[in-house]
Design a protein around this ligand. Structure first.
Ligand SMILES: NC(=O)c1ccc[n+]([C@@H]2O[C@H](COP(=O)([O-])OP(=O)(O)OC[C@H]3O[C@@H](n4cnc5c(N)ncnc54)[C@H](OP(=O)(O)O)[C@@H]3O)[C@@H](O)[C@H]2O)c1
Length: 257
């Protein structure tokens, strides 16, 4: 599949690198378009097989998939002159622009995907939310596979996007706040901050793997495994609850919508 990425900024650049290093698309079939050259040159240095241009029309003309990765307020002026149509597939990563909005700038019958990766896409470990309109099962499978190459993708209803981005895009900040707090505790207890950071980050990665690698598990089951009756871990868990941990997380995620 020929893929055009319009916009080589944080998100467009990360997607280009992820796709070029992944297994799903041949890097030589990716064209990235951006008005200024600096980001394109950097990209080319890292992934020489990728094609680059300053001309959006040239990038999109014979592309099977067009990924639009410009700021939301630029999407209309960038998409409209491209005259994208079925059977091309449009993927928009622009936050806040709905299918209704996007359909004004392209053939409204064409398959459109809204995709929201999180910043971990730069490490190919993004949690990527995907919603589809006018797309066949095969096209949905293709797009999910494309983004599975850069982490884990999940198809959801467009109306759940705000709630889900609170968990995934804003969620990264909440998890990092936990790491920061645990580092402060570790430092007070005599551990070097950098060592504490690695200890907590790896522990967080381990907790995530326990859940992601075992279909039948649940946080409560994993917590039960480490909370011996009368032991030290349950004392800490209960202390968190006395201080309103669960309530604080629920309030924060709802505030992020
Ligand atoms: N960053 C994130 O974590 C994140 C997460 C989810 C979704 N998103 C979405 O991703 C999109 C891009 O965000 P970003 O953070 O990657 O922004 P960004 O770093 O500012 O990148 C935007 C890129 O678009 C280029 N551009 C501007 N005008 C253009 C045009 N007419 N044709 C082609 N390219 C053009 C800019 O080039 P110049 O710099 O040369 O002008 C820039 O490289 C946004 O819609 C945002 O909502 C971002």
């Amino acid at each position: 599949m020929k893929t055009a990425i319009i916009g080589a900024g944080n998100m467009g650049g990360a997607i280009a690198r992820g796709l070029a290093h992944g297994n799903y698309i041949d890097a030589g079939r990716i064209t990235v378009s951006n008005p200024s050259n600096e980001k394109l040159e950097k990209l080319k240095l890292e992934c020489p097989a990728i094609r680059t241009t300053n001309d959006n029309k040239e990038a999109a003309a014979d592309a099977d998939i067009v990924i639009i990765a410009v700021k939301p307020h630029k999407v209309a002026e960038v998409l409209t002159p491209l005259h994208l149509r079925h059977p091309q597939i449009l993927i928009s990563v622009a936050a806040g622009l709905t299918f209704e909005d996007l359909a004004h700038y392209v053939d409204p019958e064409m398959p459109i995907f809204r995709v929201i990766p999180n910043t971990a896409i730069s490490e190919s470990t993004s949690m990527t939310l995907v919603a589809a309109r006018n797309a066949s099962d095969k096209q949905i499978e293709t797009i999910l596979n494309l983004f599975n190459d850069m982490g884990l993708s999940m198809l959801i209803d467009e109306k759940l996007f705000a709630a889900a981005t609170s968990l995934t895009s804003c969620g990264i900040a909440y998890l990092l706040k936990y790491v920061q707090a645990a580092m402060q505790a570790g430092t007070e207890l005599g551990i070097k901050p950098k060592d504490a950071m690695k200890m907590v980050a790896q522990t967080m990665k381990g907790a995530a793997q326990l859940l992601l690698n075992n279909e039948d598990t649940h946080p409560a089951l994993e917590i039960e495994k480490v909370t011996t009756p009368g032991g030290i871990t349950i004392k800490g868990v209960n202390s968190l609850e006395h201080d309103g941990f669960t309530s604080a997380i629920i309030k924060a995620l709802k505030a992020s919508m």
